[in-house]
Write a protein that binds this ligand. Structure first.
Ligand SMILES: NC(=O)c1ccc[n+]([C@@H]2O[C@H](COP(=O)([O-])OP(=O)(O)OC[C@H]3O[C@@H](n4cnc5c(N)ncnc54)[C@H](OP(=O)(O)O)[C@@H]3O)[C@@H](O)[C@H]2O)c1
Length: 270
């Protein structure tokens, strides 16, 4: 007879996050910043990584005031340019053990077609979105395996599951993140280290402004007539994956805005 988990209480063995250590890339804004805020609220010490150090310092001050028991450790770094040697030294620099890695830093640049796009933009996107994830995973997964404890969460995208007009490079990188995540799960299946991805649709952050290189009208047009998700919606999904009981490994969480049925299919009620 099947055990009734409701009566044994096992159903409620959520994975506690209190006192654990995390590293979040792309923590200076948008989804990464919202994830750091939720982690700090759960009592997690967080190493926050991005290029804009002033934003990181502001976030440290805010969160350490709000949550005095939590340590926020800023690390200024370009995830697309850090050498292998520097990358492998990062775990020693962080003043606490990192057993939650959130590979979030990422971007899209432009919506040009494959016959007109900029190769230098493509290289920046590939190096950030793919090599950043590969390098941070390499730097932290070995310690996680040794300790037989850890969780890697990669922020992918609906663009990792679909291809759309003008999205060739971005979609290619997010498909790569999806494949890397699934392979990482295979590689680490003989340990207790868990690997998950979170794949959102439209979330209004600075992402689209970066993609359109500061074109305010193009950014506004993309979000016209519907309610996009906000960064906190994605942060909640990350916390959901992290807090499942150890017996469970969330593979991927795909979400869309309510008015969205695919990456570029959006009902605009205007
Ligand atoms: N917004 C969306 O609709 C959406 C949907 C699906 C998936 N995503 C994914 O979600 C992730 C976060 O995007 P977002 O929407 O939060 O965008 P965002 O608001 O533009 O934030 C991007 C973050 O990544 C950091 N970053 C970018 N390049 C970096 C580099 N080379 N080295 C270190 N940090 C870097 C930025 O910090 P600095 O500039 O300070 O370095 C910033 O903190 C990305 O992987 C994106 O692909 C976004």
């Amino acid at each position: 007879m099947a055990t009734n988990l409701r009566t044994t209480g096992e159903r409620h063995q959520f994975c506690s996050l209190q006192g654990r250590g995390a590293l979040v890339t792309g923590a200076s804004g948008g989804i990464g910043l919202a994830i750091v805020e939720r982690l700090a609220e759960c009592g997690v010490n967080v190493c926050i990584v991005a290029r804009r150090v002033e934003k990181l310092n502001e976030l440290k001050e805010k969160l350490e005031t709000e949550y005095p028991d939590v340590t926020i450790f800023p690390l200024q770094l370009d995830v697309s340019k850090t050498s292998e040697e520097e990358m492998l030294k990062i775990p020693e620099k962080v003043p606490f053990q990192v057993d939650i890695l959130v590979n979030n830093a990422g971007l899209a640049l432009g919506t040009e077609a494959v016959d007109t796009n900029s190769i230098s933009d493509a290289m920046t996107v590939v190096n950030t979105n793919i090599m950043g994830v590969v390098a941070f995973t390499r730097a932290f997964a070995s310690g996680m395996r040794e300790r037989d404890r850890g969780h890697i969460v990669n922020i992918s995208s609906i663009a990792g599951h679909e291809a759309y007009i003008g999205g060739s490079i971005y979609c290619a990188t997010k498909h790569a993140v999806d494949a890397f995540t699934r392979s990482a799960r295979h590689d680490l299946r003989n340990s207790k280290v868990r690997v998950s991805s979170v794949s959102p649709g439209a979330v209004r952050t600075d992402f689209t402004m970066t993609r359109f290189k500061g074109d305010v009208d193009a950014e506004a047009a993309l979000y016209r007539g519907f309610d996009p998700m906000i960064a906190e919606d994605v942060a909640d999904q990350v916390i959901y994956a992290l807090s499942r009981p150890m017996r469970t490994q969330v593979c991927d969480i795909i979400s869309l805005a309510n008015a969205q049925s695919a990456a570029r299919d959006i009902h605009r009620g205007d």
